[in-house]
Design a protein around this ligand. Structure first.
Ligand code: HAM
Length: 432
C-alpha cells in the first residue's frame, strides 16, 4: 500500500469549519488598520538569506537555528522562507524609496516560518499581522500603536490581555549596560545553563529573558537597562508612559523584556495573555531606529509589531466567538439532460442579482438533491424540472420553516428573468 501522505510537522491546514473565524478576524483587522491610515504592503515569502541575517541579527535564535534556508538548485542562490516580516518590508521600502517624501504606515498579513519545537500556540508555519510605522521619531507614534492594539482587543472582544513595556535605550547605553551585565553574570558563570554560557559573550541581553527557573534569582539581581538610560532615552520612555496614562491604558514596565530580534532600540512592548498557557504572547514589537540605515537606506526611524494570528484565533475560540458558517441563499436543483443548461442559466441570473447560489452538480434524483439543499443551509430551493425548463421557468420553495405567510412557503413557478428580483425582495422581508 502507498505510504500515507501527511502535512509537514508544525504546519497546519486551515479547514473549512475554521475558515469563518479566520475570515471574520481578517475582515476586522483590515477595517481596523484602515481606520488608522495604514496601507497594505505584500512582499515575497522568500528573500535572500543574507537579508534576515543582517536584519534580525546573527546571534539570535531565529537566525542561528530556526530559519528554513535552502539553496535554489536552479541558480545556486541562498534563500530563506521569511521568519518575520520586518526585514522584507524594510527591504521593499528601501528598494522602492517609499519614504522619500513622507512617513509611511504599512501593514501585511501572511505566513511566517520558524523551525521551532511545535507545541500549543507554537508552530513552524504560523501567521502574523505585521504593522510598521516608518519615519516617525517621537513617542507619540509608539503610543498610537499601543492605543490601536487596545482598540483591536476591544473590537475582537478579547479581555484577558495585559501590556508590558521596556526601553532598551540607544547603542551606547546598551554597550555600558552590556559590559556591566557580562561582569555581573560572569560571577555566576558556574551556575549558568549551556545556553546562557554560550550567550554570555555573544548576546548576554537574551539571558535576561531565560525561561529556566534555576536562573530566575540570578537574572532578578542583574543590572537593569532602564538604569543606564540617558536623558533623551528617558524622556522618550516617560513621554510614552504619559501618553498611555492619559489614554487610560494600563501597563507594567518589565526591565527584563529584551525581545528575540536584535534590531530594537528604545521602546519594546508585548501584549500577553494568561489564557493560552506557555505561549501567551499575542503580539510583540518595538522601535528599530538604526535598522533602515544599517540595511542601506537613508536614516529613517521605525517602529512596528507582529501579532500571532493562531494565538489570537485560539483566544477567540476559547471565548466562544464562533461566527456561523456563511450559508448560501439559493440551492438550484435540476433533472439533468435538457434541464441542466436552464439550471446553469438560472444560477447565473441569480448571481447577477447579487445572490449566493449553489448549483447542484453531478447525478442524483430530486429527492436526494432536496436533502443536499436542506443541508446547505440555503433559504430557498430553485427547482428546474422538465416542464419548467421548457418554458424558461423554475419553481421556488422556501427551505426554512418561517410560517405559512413567509415568502414562498408554498412552492411557486416563476419565469427565470423574474426570480432574482423576487428572491432578493423575499430575503429582505425575512431579515426585517
Ligand atoms: P516576534 O515577537 O518574533 O516579533 O513575533 C511576533 C508574534 O508572532 C509573537 O508575539 C507571537 O504571537 C507570534 N509567534 C512567534 N513565533 C511563533 C510561532 N512559532 N508560532 C506561533 N506564533 C508565533 C516579530 O516577528 C517582529 N518582526 C515584530 C516586529 C515588527 N517588530 C517590529 N516590527
Amino acid at each position: 500500500m502507498a505510504k500515507k501522505l501527511s502535512g509537514v510537522r508544525g504546519m497546519n491546514d486551515l479547514l473549512p469549519a475554521e475558515a469563518p473565524l479566520w475570515e471574520w478576524f481578517e475582515a476586522r483587522v483590515a477595517d481596523w488598520l484602515r481606520s488608522y491610515g495604514y496601507q497594505q504592503i505584500r512582499t515575497p515569502i522568500v528573500e535572500y538569506t543574507e537579508l534576515f541575517v543582517k536584519g534580525i541579527g546573527e546571534v539570535t535564535d531565529i537566525v542561528e537555528k530556526e530559519m528554513y534556508s535552502f539553496e535554489d538548485k536552479l541558480n545556486g542562490e541562498h534563500l530563506t522562507l521569511r521568519p518575520e516580516f520586518t526585514a522584507g518590508v524594510i527591504r521593499a521600502v528601501i528598494e522602492h524609496n517609499l519614504t522619500y517624501d513622507a512617513p509611511r504606515r504599512v501593514w501585511s498579513m501572511g505566513p511566517v516560518f520558524r523551525h521551532e519545537r511545535p507545541q500549543r500556540g507554537r508552530y513552524r508555519q504560523f501567521h502574523q499581522v505585521n504593522v510598521e510605522a516608518l519615519g516617525f521619531a517621537g513617542p507619540d507614534i509608539d503610543a498610537e500603536l499601543i492605543v490601536m492594539l487596545a482598540r483591536l482587543w476591544k473590537i475582537l472582544g478579547i479581555e484577558r490581555v495585559r501590556l508590558e513595556l521596556n526601553c532598551l535605550g540607544q547603542a551606547d547605553e546598551r554597550a555600558r549596560h552590556r559590559a556591566d551585565l557580562i561582569e555581573y553574570l560572569r560571577r555566576y558563570e558556574a551556575q549558568l545553563d549551556d545556553d546562557a554560557k554560550r550567550r554570555l559573550h555573544t548576546n548576554p541581553l537574551r539571558i535576561l529573558d531565560t525561561k529556566n527557573p534555576a536562573l530566575t534569582e540570578i537574572v532578578a539581581g542583574a543590572p537593569r537597562i532602564t538604569d543606564y538610560l540617558g536623558t533623551a532615552s528617558r524622556a522618550h520612555f516617560e513621554g510614552l508612559q504619559a501618553l498611555l496614562g492619559s489614554a487610560g491604558i494600563a501597563f507594567s514596565v518589565n526591565p527584563r523584556m529584551v525581545r528575540g530580534l536584535d534590531y530594537y532600540n528604545l521602546t519594546v512592548f508585548e501584549w500577553i495573555t494568561d489564557a493560552l498557557g506557555a505561549q501567551g504572547t499575542l503580539c510583540g514589537g518595538g522601535r528599530y531606529d538604526p535598522l533602515i540605515e544599517r540595511m542601506g537606506g537613508r536614516p529613517t526611524p521605525g517602529i512596528g509589531f507582529g501579532m500571532g494570528i493562531e494565538r489570537v484565533i485560539e483566544l477567540l475560540r476559547e471565548a466562544g466567538r464562533v461566527p456561523s458558517a456563511p450559508v448560501c441563499d439559493v440551492y438550484v436543483l435540476h433533472q439533468g439532460g435538457a434541464t441542466q443548461p436552464v439550471a446553469l442559466r438560472a444560477a447565473e441570473l441569480l448571481r447577477d442579482a447579487g445572490l449566493d447560489v449553489i448549483l447542484h452538480a453531478g447525478e442524483g434524483g430530486l429527492k436526494s438533491q432536496m436533502r443536499k439543499a436542506d443541508a446547505s443551509g440555503a433559504e430557498f430551493a430553485l427547482i428546474v424540472g422538465a416542464a419548467e425548463a421548457a418554458q424558461q421557468a423554475a419553481a421556488v420553495k422556501a427551505l426554512r420553516a418561517r410560517g405559512a405567510e413567509a415568502p414562498f412557503a408554498t412552492q411557486a413557478v416563476l419565469p427565470l428573468a423574474q426570480i432574482g428580483e423576487a428572491l432578493v425582495t423575499a430575503l429582505e422581508r425575512i431579515s426585517e
